[in-house]
Design a protein around this ligand. Structure first.
Ligand SMILES: *[C@@H]1O[C@H](CO)[C@@H](O)[C@H](O)[C@H]1NC(C)=O
Ligand SMILES: *[C@@H]1O[C@H](CO)[C@@H](O)[C@H](O)[C@H]1NC(C)=O
Ligand SMILES: *[C@@H]1O[C@H](CO)[C@@H](O)[C@H](O)[C@H]1NC(C)=O
Ligand SMILES: *[C@@H]1O[C@H](CO)[C@@H](O)[C@H](O)[C@H]1NC(C)=O
Ligand SMILES: *[C@@H]1O[C@H](CO)[C@@H](O)[C@H](O)[C@H]1NC(C)=O
Ligand SMILES: *[C@@H]1O[C@H](CO)[C@@H](O)[C@H](O)[C@H]1NC(C)=O
Ligand SMILES: *[C@@H]1O[C@H](CO)[C@@H](O)[C@H](O)[C@H]1NC(C)=O
Ligand SMILES: *[C@@H]1O[C@H](CO)[C@@H](O)[C@H](O)[C@H]1NC(C)=O
Ligand SMILES: *[C@@H]1O[C@H](CO)[C@@H](O)[C@H](O)[C@H]1NC(C)=O
Length: 885
């Protein structure tokens, strides 16, 4: 209904906007335009006989109304284009983002007035027609994102006025013609993602003021020519993934406006020029995977905007210059895989914004600085494979933001400080392997309940593995091998599911999964208690194969995410700067994602059905892969017509407000794009899908007894919702399908912004037409027609019941008119015990799980009480759940 009214208002608008033009009989191009309308089946052109100057996308000129501009992008068009060549006065032709295919029409050569030609993002194949060379006054030519093959025709060399040439994303071959250097007006040249070979013309840019040059992902050879820096106007230079050799010319220092420099994955040699310090705008410098040598030039310190410096996998030597500590904006310093020496650079720790310090695989020596995390916001501290000695300072406990800590393969001695247990955010890895650490494992490590991978192998650690380690509820990958541990391995799913090699090389360890049975070991010790535990162990141990698969997948996920993050930071959509004429508004709220998000790619992704992930009550969700490698989930809102047209500014303000709502269990928008009548909300992509998928979509036979994970998810959702209520926001659609799981299975509640977006003018949570998803709707809704905070608690209670029972909220199996809530509440009447309600595959695994499940069931019963006033507040729910845990 909503979209219908939108359509009619659009029609009215179009009619109002169409100004008076000469009647059709006087129009010069009427026959051509009518024939064209039929040839391309343009949906909103017409009716027959009406003057074409009022048709959408047509601009006329003069008393005879000759067609001067045709803007037909994003119209789903296909068909024979050759008629266009009869519109001889055409200055601008935009056919981008349609479904045109086949060879490009050669007849366009007759459009001699053409200044702007955009045929990008279609399926044109064959080669670039040499006839385009006759468009002598062309200033902008965009053929990117097609299926073009063959070389760049020499005839284009006569396009003397060309300023912007974009031919990226095809499969063009051959080399870049030498005449490119003679294009004196060239500003933007992108040809990335082709199969181009040979050298970059040695005079490219020598007589023009080149601003953007993006040639990444080709097979270009030879050196980076000095000419491209000659005018000093270069802003973006992307040459990643080619076969370029030689050095970076000194003259690069003339380009003080250069902000993005990406030359990674080539064969570049020699040292970096000190003139880099003159590039005052430099923000991203990425030169990894080359053969660059010499010292890291201290002049980088003068590039005060530098955010990312990636020099990984080169041949750099010497120490990290102290001066780099002056880089206030530095977020990532990545120099792994070089031959750097000296101590861990203390100066860098002064960079307040540093979130990633990767010094791994070098020759750093000395000890770890005590003030490692006094000021910085470090999230990734990667110091493995160096020659660092001394003890791990207890101050490591100050690194509370760390997600990954890699200290393996050094010469660390002494005990592991218990303070490490304070790094509660540690998620990805804690790796202390291959050092000379001794003494017991601090039981405080057991507090790291988000940690997925723990490796303390190949040290001299002793004592037993503390039973507190069972608090590491996220653990999947462990390695305790080759130490001097003793006693029984604690009974804890992640331990018993590990291969025995994770515990081997410890002569005193017994019990599953080690090869030494505690029964044999303990019989000699005359201890009967342990025999019993051993039997329980046998009962608990699941399939080793499943565990292995899980580990592999998780590790792969992390590698993938890592790569995405790496790619995301330095990326700029250089070649795509101008890809979507119709984006009306857009913003990215998260500062460090700005560079990685390209609005046009976002729009493009939502035009393809193959990218659709799901379709919900209020929106459809698409997966969008940015040119930078970052993956986003893009939500296309349904029925937002009035919102977009009448309340755009208000909507943008609301969105920005939600972008600032910072809670780890809420999916907040990272940005938005508005084009035409469509609003797209950008979110982080959640690789593990939704809770609904986790609970209900697992293939037969692949059931995971994952109660701790489910409990964490339940608590996470409760915390997110409690926070929303705290800031007076009512959620409109709580369901397991709106609980998303990130790479670590942390639960994030989605669709939070919907409450405000559906009708921002009202700003209330009462909505007459919608009440969320079937099965989650509170009973009182039938007469109040209001979604309230207690209503949210009810819906949340349904999610809890789903988690406990693994059953759908609505299922015919419950009987006529009975949903999950009624089925659970009526269990006592049927004479059924709670055990018969909870999923037995979870509740029978161990006593502790069953106890927790019973406690959570009580909470769920309270939440789903038919009387709204009797339901607890979300804050109370969180408390009760934490108590149950
Ligand atoms: C308009 O058309 C008339 C004849 O139909 C022609 O003489 C005149 O030159 C045209 N004017 C323009 C501006 O094209
Ligand atoms: C398009 O139409 C022209 C003439 O109307 C014809 O010569 C040409 O072959 C057609 N092109 C295609 C691809 O059908
Ligand atoms: C691109 O063209 C080359 C030949 O020039 C061919 O070997 C290659 O398979 C093509 N790639 C794609 C993706 O079509
Ligand atoms: C460009 O840089 C080179 C080397 O650093 C220098 O010799 C030259 O004078 C600079 N040119 C201009 C125009 O600044
Ligand atoms: C550029 O950098 C070099 C080396 O750091 C320096 O000697 C030179 O003065 C700088 N040039 C300008 C114009 O700042
Ligand atoms: C550094 O970045 C800020 C914000 O983007 C910009 O305003 C400023 O001009 C930049 N500084 C230099 C020297 O380019
Ligand atoms: C760097 O940190 C300072 C202060 O801590 C802050 O004002 C600034 O915005 C940060 N810069 C970036 C790019 O995050
Ligand atoms: C660290 O290595 C350097 C040589 O790279 C050496 O001079 C210095 O003595 C070493 N320091 C320590 C503490 O081993
Ligand atoms: C194609 O390139 C031209 C010139 O750079 C640009 O103006 C236009 O917006 C681009 N088209 C798209 C769809 O990005």
């Amino acid at each position: 209904m909503a979209s219908l009214s939108w359509c009619s208002s659009l029609l009215v608008l179009t009619l109002l906007l169409s100004t008076h033009h000469p009647v059709s009989s006087q129009l010069a191009d009427q026959p051509t335009m009518e024939a064209l309308r039929d040839a391309l089946a343009v949906p909103d052109w017409g009716p027959k006989g009406s003057g074409y100057c009022s048709w959408r996308g047509v601009t006329c000129k003069g008393p005879n109304g000759t067609v001067e501009e045709l803007e037909l992008s994003h119209r789903g068009l296909r068909g024979n284009l050759s008629l266009i060549s009869e519109l001889r006065s055409l200055k601008k032709l935009d056919l981008s983002a349609n479904s045109f295919h086949g060879p490009m029409p050669p007849s366009f050569e007759s459009l001699t007035e053409l200044e702007f030609l955009d045929m990008s993002t279609n399926k044109f194949d064959g080669s670039i027609p040499p006839s385009l060379g006759s468009l002598r006054i062309l200033r902008s030519l965009n053929l990117s994102n097609n299926l073009l093959t063959g070389g760049i025709p020499d005839e284009l060399g006569s396009l003397g006025r060309l300023q912007e040439l974009q031919i990226s994303g095809n499969n063009l071959s051959g080399s870049l013609p030498a005449w490119m250097g003679d294009l004196s007006n060239l500003r933007v040249f992108t040809a990335y993602e082709n199969s181009l070979q040979g050298r970059i013309p040695k005079n490219l840019g020598s007589i023009s003021q080149l601003k953007v040059l993006n040639l990444h992902s080709n097979q270009l050879e030879g050196t980076i020519p000095e000419s491209i820096f000659a005018s000093g106007k270069l802003e973006v230079l992307v040459l990643t993934l080619n076969k370029l050799y030689g050095g970076l010319p000194e003259s690069i220092g003339n380009c003080t406006g250069l902000s993005n420099l990406r030359i990674g994955n080539n064969k570049l040699t020699s040292t970096l020029p000190a003139t880099i310090g003159n590039i005052s705008s430099l923000t991203y410098f990425e030169a990894d995977n080359n053969y660059l040598e010499g010292e890291i030039v201290p002049e980088f310190a003068r590039c005060s905007n530098l955010t990312l410096l990636n020099l990984a996998s080169n041949r750099f030597t010497g120490a990290v210059p102290d001066e780099l500590g002056e880089l206030k904006n530095l977020q990532e310093f990545i120099v792994s895989g070089n031959s750097l020496t000296g101590e861990v650079p203390r100066s860098l720790l002064r960079c307040k914004n540093l979130s990633k310090l990767d010094l791994s695989n070098n020759r750093f020596n000395g000890s770890l600085p005590e003030d490692l995390c006094n000021t910085s916001r470090l999230q990734f501290l990667l110091l493995d494979r160096n020659s660092i000695s001394g003890e791990i300072p207890p101050e490591i406990g100050n690194c509370v933001r760390l997600l990954e800590l890699q200290l393996g393969n050094n010469y660390l001695v002494g005990k592991i400080p218990p303070e490490i247990g304070r790094i509660r955010n540690l998620q990805i890895t804690l790796n202390l392997s291959f050092n000379r650490l001794e003494g017991p494992l601090p039981r405080e490590i057991g507090k790291l309940d988000k940690l997925v991978s723990l490796d303390v192998s190949n040290n001299r650690l002793s004592g037993s593995i503390p039973s507190e380690f069972r608090g590491m509820l996220s653990l999947i990958d462990v390695n305790f091998s080759n130490n001097q541990f003793t006693d029984q391995i604690p009974i804890f799913g992640p331990f018993q599911k590990s291969p025995s090699s994770s515990f081997s090389g410890n002569n005193g360890l017994c019990g599953e999964p080690s090869n030494l049975s505690c029964e044999i070991y303990l019989v000699t010790n005359q201890d009967d208690r342990h025999k019993v535990s051993y039997k329980i162990v046998l009962a608990v141990v699941g399939s080793g194969l499943t565990a292995f698969t899980t580990v592999t997948i998780v590790v792969l996920l992390f590698m993938l995410r890592e790569r995405q993050e790496m790619a995301a930071k330095p990326a700029i959509a250089a070649g795509d700067v101008t890809m979507a004429p119709s984006v009306a508004a857009g913003n990215v709220f998260v500062e460090n994602m700005k560079q990685a998000i390209d609005f046009d790619s976002v729009v493009k992704a939502t035009l393809k059905d193959a990218n659709k992930l799901s379709s919900g009550t209020f929106s459809a969700v698409y997966k969008a892969v940015m040119p930078s490698g970052l993956i986003l989930s893009v939500k296309r809102l349904k029925s937002v017509d009035r919102t977009v047209t009448h309340h755009r500014n208000k909507m943008i303000r609301e969105l920005e407000r939600f972008g600032n709502l910072c809670h780890p269990n809420l999916i907040r928008p990272v940005g938005f794009v508005i084009y035409e009548d469509v609003a797209l909300l950008l979110h982080h992509y959640m690789p593990n899908g939704t809770l609904a998928q986790l609970l209900h979509d697992a293939p037969q036979g692949e059931f995971q007894p994952d109660w701790p994970r489910r409990l964490c998810i339940a608590i996470g959702v409760a915390e997110g919702l409690a926070f929303l209520h705290h800031v007076a926001i009512i959620h409109l659609d709580i369901s397991s399908g709106n609980v998303f799981l990130d790479a670590n299975y942390n639960a994030l509640l989605g669709e939070i912004e919907i409450s405000k977006l559906l009708d921002p003018s009202r700003g209330t949570a009462s909505i007459s037409a919608v009440a969320g998803s079937f099965g989650y709707i509170p009973p009182e809704y039938a007469y109040t027609m209001q979604v309230t905070a207690p209503g949210n608690v009810y819906s949340y209670g349904v999610v809890l019941l789903e988690i406990l029972t693994s059953r759908l909220p609505v299922d015919e199996a419950f009987g006529e008119g009975i949903d999950l809530v009624k089925w659970v509440h009526s269990a006592p009447v049927r004479g059924e015990t709670p055990e018969q309600i909870m999923d037995p595959r979870l509740s029978t695994v161990c006593f502790a799980w069953r106890k927790q499940m019973l406690a959570v069931l009580k909470v769920a019963m309270l939440c789903t009480d038919p009387t709204p006033a009797k339901r607890p507040k979300m804050k109370k729910v969180v408390e009760m759940l934490l108590e149950a845990k």
